[in-house]
Ligand binder design. Structure first.
Ligand code: OXD
Ligand code: MN
Length: 598
């Protein structure tokens, strides 16, 4: 097992607090995985899917209260509220620990306490970190096995004296002697806690068994805690996909991109180019850890080992590579279940077979308003199931990043693509991305922009204003010519009748190709008041049904709308008070001056 004294005493301490029936150290083997799956099938908490249709795949249903991340129950527990900043929920660490120790006490009675050693990032990679998660959820164990490098090998990397990020998790449902377990043990929403302690780099999670709340390597560690490590150590932990793009001449470049949720990150990460001779391969679809190498370039790894993707609307039309990634060796949660034990969801590309059950296990009626697959239902599948996984996805050094993209859903104002004039200007662009709300979002005026800086609003482990400053400082760590170019992209611009101006999906490869050529400093960009936009004709639209006047609209810079945009950004920036870097004020002022000219 291990001779790591710190780890052994830490596990013993938590065993004494949680009082489990037994303790099990996970080795990550196939045999262990099968044992846990068989146990779950045996107690009714998992269903083995049809081996012919979905080999080695399993199905799970959660409790109604446990279907997504719970942002209002997520806390950054730093000593001072100001350290958590205006975009996070805060609680004083000692007070939170006292509160949580009460609910943790005896929380695993009657259950197994699993100890999960895992590596975020390739094993032995110098950019990787080891974490140890304690959990009473077998569901979490089998998911962590896909999403991280988990088990004996991670423990070996830790060695006798290595450091680890401690991750504590309980679903909070102790079992009395002889009591029958429920299918999905958890606590009601208002009793859940997802806590990060940035100073001590600890994670404590209670009451949820689902996704980012419970798979602690993902959002809690690889983003919230890692963002703090990145700030302290001079690197970046980002909510970004990583893809590679190869041009018809065989030249390859890597691109990282941040988008708020529901903007198609997984789709872009696996996009199939529609332009002849170009190829996209995937390194990751959610998280990037990036630091400057000895060569001065920015190198990125995907710290995860799997995809935890939203299922509805995934089809051979919308995202063939994601669809092909989930044909086998996949865990499905909260989708529909067909009578022959296959899975079904809205937008899969064919009708639900008669007798399909919805995510709650009730007969699905396609004429009712109720969905079959819960909107946030998920697939969990290893990276290497992706048919276009990049050959370097597991490389410990990572991949060199040539461009960083920031995007959001913006029906107006923001052009299809524009380029930052400098690193600091790019940081400004990242700091104000967001999506425009629709009438469906309760409590917000339609057309209001919800800012999600760097798509990190729910995931930054410290004051977002200081995070902006960290980005500014990163730009000083290398020569200018080594810094990735930064671009804003917006696939969602609409015309005055509310129709999308740009077809999106595979056609976005045309924009990627433009970005690629700009990274080679091709003379295809021109100055505009807000940054560099493509020269007329610089985007290849051959074979595309987009009118030339629509192309003009896609790049129109409407001064009235931009004045509103700037006023809105000023409002947004004001929440950061003295934490807002001077550099961002200067960048914003420059755009304001340009827009106000003539
Ligand atoms: C995710 C998210 O699940 O960003 O990746 O919410
Ligand atoms: Mn995400």
């Amino acid at each position: 097992m291990t001779n790591n004294k710190e780890l052994l005493s830490w596990v013993k301490k938590w065993e004494d607090i949680f009082k489990p029936k037994n303790v099990y150290w996970c080795n990550g083997s196939e045999e262990e995985n099968q044992d846990i799956l068989n146990y779950m099938v045996g107690n009714g908490s998992a269903i083995k899917l049809n081996e012919e249709k979905r080999p080695n795949s399993y199905y799970f249903q959660t409790d109604d209260s446990d279907v997504a991340r719970v942002e209002n129950r997520t806390f950054i527990c730093s000593p001072l509220e100001e350290e958590a900043g205006p975009t996070n929920n805060w609680e004083e660490p000692q007070r939170m620990k006292e509160k949580m120790l009460k609910v943790f006490s005896g929380a695993m009675q009657g259950r197994t306490m699993y100890v999960i050693p895992f590596s975020m990032g390739p094993l032995k990679g110098d950019k990787s970190y080891i974490g140890i998660q304690i959990t009473d959820s077998p569901y979490v164990v089998i998911h962590m096995r896909i999403m991280t490098r988990m088990g004996k090998e991670a423990l070996d990397v830790l060695g006798d004296n290595g450091q680890f990020v401690p991750c504590i998790h309980s679903v909070g449902r102790p079992l009395k002697e002889g009591e029958k377990d429920v299918k999905w043990p958890c606590r009601p929403i208002e009793e859940k806690y997802i806590c990060q302690f940035p100073q001590t780099k600890e994670i404590w999670s209670y009451g949820s068994g689902y996704g980012g709340n419970a798979l602690l390597g993902k959002k809690c560690f690889a983003l919230r805690i890692a963002s703090v490590l990145g700030k302290e150590e001079g690197w970046l932990a980002e909510h970004m996909l990583i893809l590679s793009l190869t041009n018809p001449q065989g030249e390859k470049k890597y691109i990282a991109a941040a988008f708020p949720s529901a903007c198609g990150k997984t789709n872009l990460a696996m996009v199939i180019p529609t332009i002849q001779g170009w190829k996209v391969e995937t390194v990751g679809d959610d998280i990037a850890w990036m630091r400057f190498g000895k060569d001065g370039k920015l190198w990125a790894i995907n710290p995860e080992n799997g995809f935890f993707g939203v299922v509805p609307q995934t089809s051979m039309d919308t995202n063939p590579n994601a669809f092909l990634s989930i044909q086998k060796n996949t865990l499905f949660t909260n989708v529909g279940l067909t009578p022959d034990k296959d899975v079904w969801w809205e937008g899969i590309g064919y009708n639900a077979p008669k007798g399909t059950l919805n995510w709650k296990g009730e007969l699905y009626d396609e004429n009712s308003d109720e969905v079959c697959a819960q909107k946030n239902s998920r697939f969990t599948t290893p990276l290497n199931e992706c048919p276009v996984i990049d050959p370097l996805y597991n490389s410990p050094q990572g991949v060199p990043i040539s461009a960083i993209l920031f995007g959001g859903r913006r029906p107006t104002t923001i052009p299809l693509v524009y380029e930052a004039k400098s690193w600091n200007h790019g940081v400004m662009i990242g700091s104000v991305i967001g999506s425009e709300t629709t009438a469906a979002v309760i409590g917000l005026k339609q057309g209001e922009v919800r800012r999600d800086p760097f798509a990190m609003k729910p995931f930054c482990g410290y004051n977002m204003g200081d995070y902006f400053k960290h980005w500014i400082d990163m730009g000083k760590k290398t020569q200018k010519e080594n810094l990735p170019k930064i671009f804003s992209v917006n696939w969602f611009k609409k015309d005055e009748n509310g129709n999308f101006l740009w077809p999106g999906y595979g056609e976005n490869s045309r924009i990627l190709a433009y970005i690629f050529d700009r990274c080679n400093n091709k003379d295809i960009a021109q100055d505009s008041p807000i940054g560099k936009i493509p020269k007329k004709g610089a985007i290849n639209i051959e074979g595309l049904d987009v009118k030339s006047e629509d192309m003009d609209k896609l790049f129109e810079i409407n001064r009235t709308l931009w004045k509103e945009e700037i006023a809105n950004i000023e409002d947004f920036y004001s929440i950061f008070k003295e934490h807002l870097p001077e550099e961002l004020k200067i960048e914003l002022q420059e755009i304001k001056d340009n827009i106000n000219k003539n």
